[in-house]
Design a protein around this ligand. Structure first.
Ligand SMILES: C[S@@+](CC[C@H](N)C(=O)[O-])C[C@H]1O[C@@H](n2cnc3c(N)ncnc32)[C@H](O)[C@@H]1O
Length: 238
């Protein structure tokens, strides 16, 4: 029996449930180039950073449901979520993709080109907060409120900073998704849980603060979707 864990940082209690989900709805409908990129990414020493295919199938459906055509992504790695997004956007759609490292993106770029969607990608190398600020000041601020969807999956300690900027960039009615907001379930466990590193504890603390702030933020309607490592989905309401 294949091991499915590496394909999703899932919080599901039993591997067989994830296996069922992947085999039933994810892999049979996964785009050939996404599969290729997933297999390339699995060879990378930091493959754990890649977004989960079950979560990305969810995003693909969501993007099409809301009719997204302009999106932003912070945290690209080898590009599995980026390719998912580019494939889900209509012909004239565009995704601004930000990552501090171009090196990871270069691994996935040939596959994105082969998929025929590279023209939809506007890749920007740099720090997430700094690049979002640049977009906000582009064209005299004309890009504010023009994005339909944003996905934040970069520096976990910067999510509050991403939130403030993404709320200005995404239109009212648009969606913002934050990855890893359950942080391995640690947000609901004691801080000194055996086996957790100092970094885990810092990220857990910052997610406790971030999740509480989003829950109380009247500019969004939000929910935590317990898929993969937890995704907070916000709909901008003002
Ligand atoms: C979890 S991975 C992203 C995974 C990606 N969404 C996917 O589908 O595979 C996080 C990425 O964030 C990038 N990153 C880390 N700190 C960053 C920062 N301060 N600004 C921008 N990108 C950052 C890393 O280089 C890494 O590629």
């Amino acid at each position: 029996m294949a091991t499915y864990r590496p394909d999703s940082n899932t919080l599901l209690a039993d591997d067989s449930i994830l296996e069922y989900v992947l085999e039933t709805t994810v892999y049979p409908r996964e785009h050939e180039r996404l599969r290729e990129l997933r297999l390339i990414t699995q060879q990378h020493p930091k493959s754990f950073m890649g977004s989960s295919p079950d979560q990305m199938q969810f995003f693909s459906v969501l993007l099409k449901m809301i009719g997204a055509s302009n999106t932003i992504e912070v945290g690209v790695f080898t590009g599995y979520s980026l390719l998912t997004t580019a494939l889900a956007l209509p012909a004239g759609g565009k995704v601004v993709a930000i990552d501090a490292s171009r090196e990871y993106y270069e691994l996935g770029r040939p596959v994105i080109e082969k998929a025929g969607v590279a023209h939809k990608v506007d890749f920007r190398e740099g720090d997430g907060v700094a690049e979002l600020d640049k977009i906000l000041s582009e064209d005299g601020g004309a890009r504010a409120g023009t994005f339909d969807f944003a996905y934040a999956d970069a520096d976990k300690l910067q999510y509050a900073g991403y939130h403030e900027r993404l709320l200005r960039l995404v239109r009212v009615g648009g969606a913002i998704a934050y990855d890893n907001t359950l942080w391995g379930g640690s947000v609901a466990m004691p801080r000194d849980k055996p086996g957790s590193s100092e970094y885990d504890r810092r990220v857990r603390d910052s997610f406790l603060e971030f999740n509480a702030a989003v829950a109380a933020d009247d500019r969004v309607e939000a929910c935590i979707v317990p898929i993969a490592d937890g995704v907070t989905l916000c709909r901008r309401v003002k």
